[in-house]
Every structure is written in structure tokens, then in C-alpha cells.
Design a protein around this ligand. Structure first.
Ligand code: ZN
Ligand code: ZN
Length: 405
């Protein structure tokens, strides 16, 4: 790669395979003819692909762009399905938290989308962790592997976030994502999908991974301990499923929408609390007979959520914030300090949480499919995003199915 500080995202993702690289020999059974048409693979891979790219804010266009090539420790994934995330909507509207080459992602040929699954169709040099034809789900962040946080295993908090020339990648955030026919992934960002898991369900692995990471950072025992999940959005609902699968007791879900709360019950919530009918702190007190819970996973972003969570946990309890309010809010800090309450913030799905969430899903410990509500084809990504953004027909997880099997 050149030392130029500003690079086009496409060039940063297109690590050319060298014909004389011994590690790539096995994939080069027959020589390339055009330099773009890859041969010697089980899957024929075209030179170009359909991909949605971000222009100005709120401007997505379906274009034809080169199929990226995997570098060392990377594979090319044929994207089979992708779920729309609230963060995609943020990125398309405001740019952040996506960051391409240190700047906003607009008008750089950037492809958003990060909750995808697919099939491995080409291996980069030295890759033996996966085989052509493997079905995989992805996590977002590969990190850079060279900064302090990545070395500590906190790759979702990479200090080189947004700088692919420093080796950082987070697909759909700082490198091209999955609203496209193909995407390059680091071998560190993929987990095998079992045959009996549908493409649609596999797109939910990353969401469940985020919920798992939230429980991880609170570093508790979970089994036999009380967990409140505030907010039955996709992460909250997956949080219920994961907490229950890990043996939490009781798991209490609070929110405003009966239909979503009911899905939470089917995912394993012992108690659901509709906050329009019962004050949630009083409800937790009632359910736990005044003891409170050990953990709150806050997934609502409501302005009063931290104060409420603080009164749901018992002394020494832990709160993980997986959502946040749009504006700064006052918080009763004295209450947190006096009661030795810990508050954590999480970004993404670190510590390989995706692998653990996928394992629980593969063992059918909770039914993630319950949150999948709508499906659209690749040509209708803007409609899919509109359904998710406006919660049309009570949409929870909207999936774009790119490949019909
Ligand atoms: Zn997401
Ligand atoms: Zn890093």
C-alpha cells in the first residue's frame, strides 16, 4: 500500500494477489486470463458486482463496482443475506459512526451494511481456517491488530478506528460492508453457520453477539442472577434470549409495546413489564421481592434509563449501556457512587462474543428468528431501510435476501 494519507476506500480493500506468492499457489490452479476473472475456484466470480454506495446524506445508489479481492488472512464472501440495523440508518443519515480514511463516509464509493452472512467463495493467501463453500456469519470489527486496545482483545474499541492504512477494518463502518453481492472479510470476523440455520436467522448472529458482549463486560456469573433488559428492540430482545440461555433468573424485560414484549416472553423473559401500565422500578421491586437485580442491560436509549436502571440493581450492581439518548441527560451520579454501582458502555460485539452467541443459536437455546419480520431483495434496500426506520408494519428486523438458494 502506498504511504499516501488519503486513499480511496476501494483501493484500500483491493489487496492484489501476487501470482508469485507461494501461499496463493493452491488457488491458482489455472492462470488468470484477464487479471479480474478469477479461475481455479469452485465458484465463478465475476469481475464486477452490484453494490449500494452512499453519496450525499440519505443518498444510496445501486452501482456496479469491482469485486474486491481478499488479501492475506482474508476471504471473499458472497453475501447471501443482510439485516438492516439502526446504526445503518444513522450512518446513511449522519455519516458517523462510519469513518472512511479518517473522514465521513459520504461520496467515497462506500458500501454500508454490517449484519450479513454468506458463503466463502475465495481464500486469500495463507487462509486455511475456512474452505470454499463454507456458510458463515460475520462480526463487524477486525480492528487493526497493532494498537493497545486490539492487543488487549478490545478490537471494537480499536485506537486506529477508521484508518484502513493502519490495518483497521470494520465492515460497513470503515471498510465496505454487505449491501452488495460480495465483501472481503478477515478470518477473525467470521463464524461457521450450521446447515439447519437459515440465512435469515444467521444475519441475527451479530445482533445476538452485541447482547452477549453487553453481558460479558458486566463480567458476572449470570446463571441464577437477575437481569433486567430495558427496551425490546433487536439488541434487547436478543439480550433476553442470551441472558436466559446463560441461566439468568429472573430475566425481566421492560418496554412499551405489547407485541414486542410478547416476543420477549417467547425468547425466555420470565417477566415482562409494560411501562405504560406499571412503573418499571416498582415492578422490578415487586418481582424480586425488594432485592433488585444484579444486572441491567439498557437497550432503550431513554433519557431517564440510567436513573431507572440504578434503582433496579442492588448495591454493587452493574449496568451496561447498549443504547444512548440523542441528547445529553442529567444523571443522579451521587446515587451511583453511594451504591457502588458500575456503569459500562459497549461498542459493537467484542471479545469474540459473536462466536458464543452463534453457539447458543446453533444449539437452539433461543429462537432468534422471532425478531425477523420482513424480507426484501437487494434491489429494494431503500425500502428495507424505510421499513426498519419507520417501523412499518411493526418491523423489528428487516432482512435483505441477496441470494435465493
Ligand atoms: Zn448493527
Ligand atoms: Zn487496533
Amino acid at each position: 500500500m502506498s504511504g499516501s494519507p488519503v486513499m480511496h476506500p476501494q483501493t484500500t480493500q483491493t489487496t492484489a494477489l501476487s501470482d508469485d506468492d507461494p501461499a496463493s499457489e493452491s488457488m491458482m490452479k489455472s492462470p488468470t486470463t484477464s487479471g479480474r476473472e478469477y479461475r481455479g475456484n469452485e465458484y465463478p466470480i465475476p469481475a464486477t458486482m452490484k453494490a449500494w454506495v452512499l453519496g450525499d446524506p440519505e443518498e444510496l445508489a445501486l452501482v456496479e463496482k469491482p469485486v474486491p479481492q481478499p488479501g492475506p488472512a482474508e476471504v471473499l464472501v458472497r453475501v447471501d443475506a443482510i439485516a438492516v440495523c439502526a446504526t445503518d440508518i444513522e450512518i446513511i443519515r449522519h455519516g458517523l459512526p462510519a469513518m472512511v480514511d479518517g473522514g465521513l463516509p459520504f461520496n467515497r464509493g462506500f458500501t454500508p451494511g454490517h449484519e450479513y452472512m454468506g458463503t466463502v467463495v475465495r481464500l486469500g493467501p495463507s487462509v486455511d481456517e475456512f474452505e470454499i463453500g463454507d456458510r458463515i456469519a460475520v462480526e463487524v470489527h477486525a480492528g487493526c491488530g497493532r494498537c493497545q486496545r486490539c492487543r488487549e482483545g478490545m478490537y471494537t474499541a480499536c485506537l486506529n478506528y477508521g484508518y484502513p492504512r493502519k490495518g483497521h477494518r470494520a465492515n460497513g463502518f470503515s471498510t465496505d460492508g454487505g449491501f452488495a453481492e460480495y465483501a472481503v472479510n478477515s478470518v477473525n470476523t467470521m463464524v461457521h453457520v450450521p446447515d439447519d440455520m437459515t440465512d435469515e436467522e444467521a444475519t441475527l448472529v451479530v445482533t445476538a453477539g452485541t447482547a452477549m458482549y453487553g453481558l460479558d463486560v458486566m463480567a458476572g456469573i449470570i446463571a441464577g442472577e437477575g437481569v433486567v433488559v430495558i427496551g425490546p428492540g433487536p439488541i434487547g430482545l436478543m439480550g433476553v434470549g442470551v441472558a436466559k440461555a446463560l441461566g439468568a433468573q429472573p430475566v425481566i424485560l421492560s418496554g412499551t409495546r405489547d407485541r414486542r414484549l410478547e416476543i420477549g416472553r417467547r425468547l425466555g423473559a420470565d417477566e415482562i413489564v409494560n411501562v405504560t401500565r406499571e412503573e418499571p422500578v416498582a415492578a422490578v421491586e415487586r418481582i424480586t421481592r425488594g432485592k433488585g437485580v444484579q444486572y441491567v442491560l439498557e437497550c432503550s436509549g431513554a433519557p431517564n434509563a440510567v436513573d431507572e436502571a440504578a434503582r433496579m440493581v442492588n448495591r454493587g450492581g452493574r449496568i451496561c449501556l447498549a443504547a444512548f439518548p440523542a441528547n445529553p441527560v442529567p444523571v443522579d451520579l451521587a446515587y451511583l457512587v453511594r451504591n457502588n454501582i458500575y456503569v459500562f458502555g459497549i461498542r459493537g460485539e467484542g471479545r469474540s462474543a459473536t462466536h458464543r452467541a452463534a453457539a447458543l443459536m446453533a444449539q437452539k437455546r433461543f429462537d432468534a428468528k422471532l425478531i425477523h419480520t420482513h424480507t426484501f431483495p437487494l434491489t429494494e434496500v431503500p425500502t428495507a431501510i424505510r421499513y426498519a426506520r419507520e417501523r412499518i408494519e411493526d418491523a423489528i428486523k428487516v432482512v435483505v435476501k441477496i441470494r435465493e438458494k
